[in-house]
Design a protein around this ligand. Structure first.
Ligand code: GLY
Length: 373
């Protein structure tokens, strides 16, 4: 029988295998159940480094720490040369690399890199719209006025920078962006838009839409999961009860719309047929969000039992039916993630962020080790 611990052992063995097979390289979007291994130039490189930190904290193997640390110069160089950083995922990249390294080792060099990254993220604040711009340069004709729900997971880098420096500006834009996300991305029935457009000239709110979901008014499951965890973290840092409530409402919707095996399809509004892709990564992210909620909620909260049951059902299903514990040479930890189904990009494959959140959920449940948000 696969227990949480055997699932963790298997995950750590796969991290080790990947480091050994691809020294100095980082996983990119998968193709054909293999990651493409390359340079530090996409939005996802932090997840692999975060997995090394989780492996180190769970096993105390110095190998994982040394490997994670060896990538810090690459993250610093990326900032210096501004390599593929015209997007908001600076939070994903640097929370799991530089902040994680500072948290685990107290490295001043890592702290300095993380603060520089927070300042770069700050430069994406657009005061006339009251949002952090998701993608592209400021004058980008398509994306100049776009926010997306994923950005909630980039805010912890700003809250952390505020705690470190006392500079109010980091807290203020993170707080305002979370509030705008609540107002424009979350719908009255507790579902969510993936993206929302503003007019960058006037700052006026225009309309909700999607990029990776099924259609503009649908609910992309990974977006909903980013919202569950992201709003819970916004509450952790601000103690604004409205963020906790929003996280709870998104979690209720997510759980109520899960299929029988408790692992999400790629969009809650897509027709379910035999070959409809899943997104196991959405369920792994949601599991981490539920763990955060369970820590933050009052003991007597009426949703506690629902969230506990959903967490265990989803994680059991992931471990038993989606994990690669029976494929020793697999590069990924979770099968059946999807990146961009409509765009036909990795619609059914390993997702490195799915692997990260799956391991984060496992080590938090089994060992009380939290991620680095
Ligand atoms: N943040 C991009 C994605 O979830 O695919």
């Amino acid at each position: 029988m696969v227990t949480w611990q055997t699932a963790i052992d298997d995950a750590i063995a796969k991290v080790k295998q990947n480091i050994g097979k691809h020294p100095g390289r980082l996983p990119h979007i998968s193709e054909g159940q293999r990651y493409e291994w390359g340079e530090n130039d996409d939005w996802i490189e932090g997840f692999y480094i975060g997995m090394m930190w989780l492996a180190y904290e769970s096993s105390e193997g110095a190998f994982y720490k040394e490997s994670a640390q060896s990538f810090l110069p690459s993250f610093k160089d990326r900032l210096d040369r501004h390599v593929a950083l015209d997007h908001h995922d600076i939070g994903f990249l640097y929370s799991l690399s530089a902040v994680a390294q500072w948290q685990v080792t107290g490295s001043e060099a890592a702290r300095a890199v993380a603060l520089e990254a927070a300042e770069r993220l700050y430069s994406r604040w657009r005061p006339n719209m009251g949002i952090i711009q998701a993608w592209g340069k400021e004058d980008d004709p398509e994306n100049g006025g776009r926010m997306i729900i994923d950005c909630l997971m980039n805010l912890p880098l700003l809250f952390w920078a505020y705690e470190q420096t006392g500079e109010q500006k980091y807290y203020d834009i993170a707080y305002k962006h979370a509030s705008a996300s609540q107002r424009f991305l979350v719908r009255g029935d507790r579902s969510s838009y993936h993206t929302f457009y503003f007019d960058p000239k006037t700052g006026h709110a225009l309309r909700g839409g999607t990029h990776q979901g099924y259609q503009d008014g649908s609910t992309w499951t990974r977006g909903q999961a980013w919202g569950i965890y992201g709003f819970a973290l916004a509450y952790r840092y601000t103690k604004d009860a409205a963020f906790l409530d929003t996280s709870k409402r998104l979690a209720q919707y997510f759980i109520e719309h899960l299929p029988e095996d408790h692992v999400a399809y790629w969009d809650f509004d897509v027709a379910i047929e035999e070959d409809t892709p899943r997104d196991s990564s959405a369920s792994a992210i949601a599991a981490c969000g539920l763990l955060e909620l369970l820590e933050l909620l009052a003991e007597e909260d009426p949703d506690r039992a629902l969230f506990e049951k959903a967490l265990h059902s989803s994680m059991n299903s992931l471990v038993r039916h989606y994990a690669t514990t029976d494929i020793p040479n697999a590069e990924g930890l979770l099968k059946h993630g999807s990146y961009h189904v409509r765009g036909d990009r990795a619609p059914d494959d390993y997702m490195i962020w799915g692997d990260y959140y799956y391991l984060e959920a496992l080590v938090r449940m089994a060992k009380g080790i939290k991620g680095y948000w």
